[in-house]
Every structure is written in C-alpha cells, then in structure tokens.
Write a protein that binds this ligand. Structure first.
Ligand code: G3H
Ligand code: 13P
Ligand code: ZN
Length: 336
C-alpha cells in the first residue's frame, strides 16, 4: 500500500481532542469495528450526537476484515459523515493493542492517525524501550501521529497479551514512564477488563430481587493518585463495556447462553469520564447489541435468509447503543 498520511484521508489525531476532553470533563468514545455495519452505526451515532469519535481496529480485526479494506472504510467513514450533514467530522483511526513496532509502523504508513503500543505484559524497562521506539517513529511523521501506551495489566485477554490476574497501574511509575517514552496518552489498569465476563461471580454481590451480579467498584483511589502525578495528562480506560443486561437477556431468551455476563456499571464510567479519563474503549457492548438483534430477528422470522433483513436491525441496535453511550455515559455530544 502506498504510504499515506491520515490527513489525506480526512482523519485527525487525538492531540487536540484529548486536551479539550480533559478540560471539559468528558471522554471520547473509542469504538472497535470489524464490519461495515459497525462502521456505519458508529458514524451515524457520532453525526447525530455531534460527537468526535475514535474508530479502532485490533490486530484481530485487521486479520478478519483485511488491513486495506479497514483503512479505506475509515476514509469512507469520513465521507459518509459529511454526506450525513457533518461539515467537519472529527474521526480518528486508531490501532488498538498494537503488539509490535512493525504493526504500529504498518498502520502509521497506511494512514492511521493514532496507534496503541501495548507493552503492558513486558517488564517495565522493555515496555519503556518499545513504547519509545514507536513514539519516535509516530512523532517524526509529517503529520504527527499520536501514541497510546499502557502501564499495568488488565485481567483476561488483550489480543495475544495474556495476564493471569489484574495488576493495577502503579502511580509511582507513571511520571517516569510518560517522560521517558513521550507517549501522548496512557491506558491504566484500575479494575476494568476485556470481554463480557469482567468479574467472576465470587468477586460480585448478587441483587436479591433480580439475581443479577453487582460488580465491585473500580479503584478510583488509584485513578486519583495517577491524576495527581500527571495533572491534565490524557488517561485511557480499556475494558469499559457495561454489558447491558437487557441485551444479555434478549440473547439468552432467543437461544443464547451468556450466564452471569457482567460489565462495568455506567455510573462508574460516567464518574471516570469526568476525570482525566478522556478515552473509553467499548467493543463487547457492540457485539452484544448486534448478537441480540440478530438472534431476536431469526427467532421471529425463521424464514429470512437475506443478510440485509437481519443486519438492518443489528445495525440500528448498535447505533442506539452508541448514541446512548455518547449522550448518557461519556458526555461527548455537542463537542465538535
Ligand atoms: O481489547 C480487545 C478488543 O475488544 C478487540 O478484540 O482482538 O477480539 O478484535 P479482538
Ligand atoms: P470491552 O471488552 O469492555 O468492550 O473493552 C474493549 C477494549 O478495551 C478494546 O481495547
Ligand atoms: Zn483494550
């Protein structure tokens, strides 16, 4: 693929967006996408709510959908937003959980405006070294590409980055890490994790009326200590799906099997968004919204086999979820 700058694609980096969000006490949505329907729903929601948005792509998404296709989809997203009436869309194309310098370089060269280098599973010094190398390459581009790094490990699976248990970010390390690496934002670990099963039932209490799990609170004391060390520095939260129980119930009602799926309560994310947390990553909620709509559609219309018949309600349901997150959780509406 010819080397392309993200500005040629109409994309923006996260620099100004994050500075404004930290000051304004809201967070930018970072929605993962793998399919055209997810991309369309993200753009529709961002335009309708007048919100900046980060469209992010994991290594797995690149493998699934093809790197070239995803990159042109991001360019298409900008044009689609304009077509929907947004004069100056603010759309970031971001690599989620980049696992090597080579992956980050390949994304930067093909038009990504932001990359994450996830060295969180490495020993501290190696994380610093790898992050620094990616930052040097990203920042020397004609158009500055922003870099997200990670310190502290989330429980569960981060692409191929494995961790047995959650290790919160150590506030005493953040100044050294940020100044040595020059990263533009920092993903931290304060108790969130990836996927639809964020906590084991034994870590939660149970609502006596509904039987639903109530998860333990996030470590806001750790977040506060980090903010104190790095005043105004952009902080990122991964693993921030709230696993809406109505979607889980729909999935289970129509043949699915997601017992005890549990996420981060939205009021905790709302609280985080008001702090220096200026990017909140949501992927699983989109998967749940899509799956719930498709399962319901097939149960109600067993005779249907045209993908447009079941992907239209799936797309609509994802858009509804994205609008809700922007308006009611992150507060990034009307911030264009
Ligand atoms: O953090 C992980 C994201 O949800 C991406 O997941 O690697 O399955 O695309 P994926
Ligand atoms: P969820 O699995 O909670 O949606 O987290 C997504 C994420 O952090 C992507 O990097
Ligand atoms: Zn993540």
């Amino acid at each position: 693929m010819k080397k392309t700058s993200y500005k040629e694609l109409g994309l923006v980096n996260t620099k100004a967006m994050f500075a404004k969000a930290v000051k304004g006490g809201y967070a930018i949505p970072a929605f993962n996408f793998n399919t055209m329907e997810q991309m369309q729903a993200i753009v529709q929601a961002a335009v309708e709510t007048k919100s900046p948005v980060i469209m992010q792509v994991s290594k797995g998404a690149r493998k699934y959908a093809n790197p070239t296709i995803l990159r042109y989809m991001a360019q298409g997203a900008v044009e689609y937003a304009k077509e929907l009436g947004c004069k100056k869309p603010q759309i970031v194309l971001h690599l989620d959980h980049g696992d090597s310098f080579e992956t980050c370089k390949s994304c930067i060269d093909s038009g990504f405006s932001s990359v994450m280098i996830d060295g969180s599973s490495l020993p501290y010094d190696e994380n610093v070294k790898l992050t620094k190398k990616v930052v040097a390459y990203a920042h020397k581009q004609k158009d500055y590409v922003t870099v997200e790094a990670e310190l502290g490990v989330l429980a569960g699976v981060e692409d191929e980055v494995q961790a047995e248990e959650s290790h919160y970010t150590k506030p005493e390390e953040v100044i050294d890490f940020v100044s040595k690496t020059g990263c533009d934002s920092l993903a931290i670990s304060i108790g969130t994790s990836h996927g639809a099963y964020k906590f084991k039932p034994e870590q939660c209490t149970r609502d006596p009326k509904t039987g639903k799990l109530i998860p333990p609170p996030l470590a806001f004391d750790v977040l506060k200590a980090i903010e104190k060390k790095l005043p105004g520095f952009p902080i990122v939260l991964h693993g921030s799906s709230s696993v809406p129980q109505d979607e889980v119930d729909t999935i289970n009602k129509f043949g699915g099997k997601l017992p005890d799926a549990v996420g981060i309560p939205e009021e905790q994310l709302r609280k985080a968004a008001k702090s220096a947390v200026c990017k909140i990553n949501i992927d699983s909620d989109s998967r749940l919204a899509m799956t719930a709509a498709v399962r319901q559609h097939f149960a109600e219309h067993p005779e249907h086999f045209d993908p447009r018949q079941y992907l239209t309600p799936a797309r609509d349901n994802m858009k509804k979820m994205y609008v809700h997150k922007i308006m009611k959780v992150l507060g990034s509406n009307d911030k264009l």
